[in-house]
Design a protein around this ligand. Structure first.
Ligand code: AMP
Length: 416
């Protein structure tokens, strides 16, 4: 199957060629024809599958054939994070370079003036995070009465981040008659319910369930004591082949600490997490993309959706308690079939998570022993919610049984 066979128009085909896309990914092959026919769609797919193009391409084609409501918002894409929003807009811009459709991205955390000015110039396709969109609607800056297509991206992440209420408010503010496209990496009950409230007779498309890790990613485990993790990372980075490395840290504080340690060893590194301003995050991401910085240390939320073409190396500095996170993390590399390598550092606190992760992905991850910090002596420990070793509280001593039986008459102790 190629893009021509999907019935795409020449301006889009030409733009895809410029992007170097040779053939559609499975989700594109399945979703594009239905979206072109203006059907609702329920897509079960994570980032890295080519899902953005799967909805962006047919939306562009359908809107390019319309004469009415030029420069008015006809498609809205809601997405949970600013990074994702920016990336989606970059995709729309790339695929529409030969069309006369305007796309724009708006998100919170930065002053609104510039975004407001751009909205006023006219927009056909709006990509937004929920908070900023509601802000603009309530100020009368954005009107959605010509909306025809509504896309909810990363619905499960919307739920995680507490945006579902905002999404429901937005749904009440848009025309009832519209095409709906709903994407989620996982389908917990609450998400399935939300989908059923939004979609009408949807076509269902499912690709690469979250438990599968791409075969093109070479995965490895390093058993290491916690205190040796910084040195192990520096040791791995002595290999200059690792020129662009994304390191995952469980905590914001941990991310800063890792970046500092790398700096001390003259390795360029920056950290991104929720405590940094939007501008600082975007700058760090740009520096990493352009390879000005060699290592980007990120927390899971900050890294979700980071899309770097040809990122080859991912380090899990710790394993997450949520096994699916492993799949999402290493999915940053080996995207759309290219090759990638992941290194996971496992100490006593990570052992239980390693077991659960291997259960989820259904395979054992090979252990690398050939490094100076290898240990066979890890002892399994649990973490508490602060990422510290969990120390169980001593159980209260059982009261001695003195043979006293509570009377059955409940009124026995009541004062008269
Ligand atoms: P996504 O799942 O939308 O985050 O896309 C993952 C990556 O795959 C992005 O870098 C896209 O540019 C790339 N991509 C999307 N579709 C194709 C395709 N048909 N061929 C090659 N790369 C693609």
């Amino acid at each position: 199957m190629n893009f021509e066979q999907l019935g795409l128009i020449k301006p889009i085909l030409d733009a895809l060629k410029v992007q170097g896309y040779e053939q559609p990914t499975p989700i594109q092959e399945k979703a594009i024809p239905s979206i072109l026919q203006k059907k609702d769609l329920l897509g079960s797919a994570q980032t890295g599958t080519g899902k953005t193009a799967a909805f962006a391409i047919p939306i562009l084609q359908n809107l390019s054939e319309k004469e009415q409501h030029k420069n008015q918002i006809k498609a809205l894409i809601l997405t949970p994070t600013r990074e994702l929003a920016i990336q989606i807009e970059e995709n729309f811009k790339a695929y529409s370079k030969n069309l006369k459709l305007k796309s724009l991205v708006i998100f919170g955390g930065v002053k609104q003036h510039q975004q407001e000015q751009q909205v006023k110039k006219g927009v056909d396709i709006l990509i937004a995070t929920p908070g900023r969109l509601l802000d603009f609607i309530s100020q009368g800056i954005i009107k959605l009465h010509h909306l025809e297509i509504f896309v909810l991206d990363e619905a499960d992440r919307m739920l995680d981040m507490g945006f579902v209420h905002d999404v429901k408010r937005i749904l009440k503010l848009i025309p009832a008659k519209r095409q709906n496209l709903f994407f989620s990496a996982t389908m917990p009950k609450e998400i399935a319910k939300l989908a059923s409230e939004i979609l009408v007779n949807p076509v269902k498309v499912e690709v690469a369930p979250v438990s599968s890790t791409a075969d093109t990613i070479q995965q490895s485990i390093y058993f290491v004591e916690k205190d040796n993790k910084p040195d192990l990372l520096i040791h791995l980075l002595q290999d200059q082949k690792l020129d662009q490395v994304l390191v995952f840290s469980r905590t914001k504080h941990g991310a800063d600490k890792i970046a500092r340690k790398l700096h001390q060893s003259k390795i360029s590194a920056e950290a991104i997490h929720g405590n940094k301003s939007q501008n600082a995050r975007q700058n760090a991401l740009n520096n990493f993309k352009s390879k000005k910085t060699r290592v980007l240390v990120a927390t899971d939320i900050a890294a979700r959706g980071i899309d770097i073409d040809e990122l080859k190396y991912v380090v899990n500095y710790e394993l997450s308690d949520v096994s699916e996170t492993y799949v999402h993390r290493i999915g940053r590399t080996g995207r759309a079939g290219s090759e990638g390598t992941s290194f996971s550092f496992v100490d006593g606190l990570d052992l239980a998570n390693l077991r659960n992760t291997e259960k989820l992905i259904g395979k054992k991850i090979p252990v690398v022993t050939d490094h100076p910090y290898h240990t066979n002596d890890l002892v399994e420990q649990k973490r508490d919610s602060n990422n510290k070793p969990f120390i169980p509280r001593p159980k209260p001593q059982q009261k001695a049984d003195i043979g006293f039986k509570k009377p059955k008459n409940k009124g026995f102790f009541r004062k008269k």
